[in-house]
Ligand binder design. Sequence first.
Ligand SMILES: Cc1ncc(COP(=O)(O)O)c(C=O)c1O
Length: 401
Amino acid sequence: MDFPIANRISGVHGSMIRELFKLGADPNTISFGGGNPASETFPCEAIEAIASDVLKTQPVSMLQYGLSEGYLPLRRRMKAYLAQKEGIDFDKNELFILSGGQQCADLVTKVLVNEGDVILTEEPAFVGCLNTFRSYGAKLVGVPMQADGMDLAALEAALQANPNAKLLYTIPSFQNPTGITTTLEKRKAVYALCQRYNVAILEDNPYGELRFSGETVPTIKSMDVDGRVLYAGSFSKVMAPAFRLGFLVFDKSLTAPITVAKQCTDVHSNLLFQHICDAYMEQYDFEEHLNASRAVYRRKCNLMLDAMRRCFHPEVTFGQPEGGLFVMAFLPEGMDSQPFVREAIARGVLCVPGAAFLADESKVSNGFRLNFSTPTDEQIVKGIEILGALTHEWIAQNKGV
Ligand SMILES: Cc1ncc(COP(=O)(O)O)c(C=O)c1O
C-alpha cells in the first residue's frame, strides 16, 4: 500500500543528523556527534539491587497500571526537592512524572499550541524539541543566542512581530547545542518580556544538575509569579536515559488538560523505573552520585577545551561550558559548517553542523556541535587533533570564498 503520510510528520525534516550518523557509522569513526550521557555515570549496581528487591517484595504493584500523574512517592519527593532547591511553590504548581523531557515538550505543545501558532525559540536549540513543535504545525521563530543567552532586542522584536506567539522555548542552563548558560540578568529580562507580551515559557532544564564549574543560577521558574513558566526536568542525564523519565512543573490550572493529554499519549510512565528513581534517592546519596557525574564531565570538558585551544585555528571561536554535555565551535563568520562537517566525517570525526539546530532550516550556520560526554579521553584528544588540522586547512582554503 502507498501510505500518504500525515502533514504533522511528513513536514518534519529530522534527516540531517541521521544522514550524517550513517556516514559516521564506521566503527573507527570518532564520534562527537551524539548526546548520550557517559555510561560510567549510570548507578548500575544500585539499580539492579533496587529492581530485584522490589520485584521480589511487591511485584504486582510494579506491574499493574499506574497513575497518569506519576508515582506518588516520586512526585512528592521531586516537589520537596524543587521547593527546597528552587523555591517553587507547590500550592500554586503541580508536578507530573512524564516519559522524559521530550514528552514534557510534547504534552506542553499538545495542550497549549494550535496549528499555525508561533513558538519562539532560542536559535540554535535542541532539534528534538523543535521537531516536536513542528509536528503540531507550529511556526518556529528563532531568537539568536549570544554568549550570555538570547539576544533580548531580537526577542522583543519577535514578540512584537508575532502576536500569536504561544510559547517561548528556552534551555537556560548548559544549552544543547551551544553549552551556553543564560545569565541571571537575562533570565529576569526574558521573563519580564514574556510577561509584557503575555507569552508562556517552556523552560527545558535536563542538564541543570550537571554544573561542573561557576556559580549556580536560579531557574526562570523560581522567578515565576503568575504561572507562565512550565518547567521540564529529566532523569536521563542523572540516572539513565532508557528509564524515559522526566518531570513537568506547571500552574495548577493546567492540571486537567495535561492529565488528559498524558492519558491520550501513553496512560502513564514506566512504574518500575519511577520506583527505582524514588528508592535511589531515598536509599543512596544522590548528591554524591551527582558530584561523581559532574567530576566526569568536568574532566572530559576540560580535556576537549584544552585540545581545542591547542589545535584549532585561532579564528575558530568557542565558549567555555560550565556544565552539560556540549560545546559549540564557530568557523569564521559566513562560513557554512556543513561541508566542513562532511570533510571531518571523511577524515573519521563526527560532529553535528549548527544548521541541524536552527528554527529556519534553510539558513546557514557556521557552528558545529561537539559532545564530550561519550568519547574516551584518547578519542577526545585524537579527534580534536584531526578537526584542528582540518580547521587550519579549511580556513586557509575557504577564506574569502
Ligand atoms: C535540551 C534537551 N531537552 C530535552 C531532551 C530530551 O531528553 P529526555 O527525553 O531523554 O529526558 C534532551 C535530550 O538530549 C535535550 O538535550
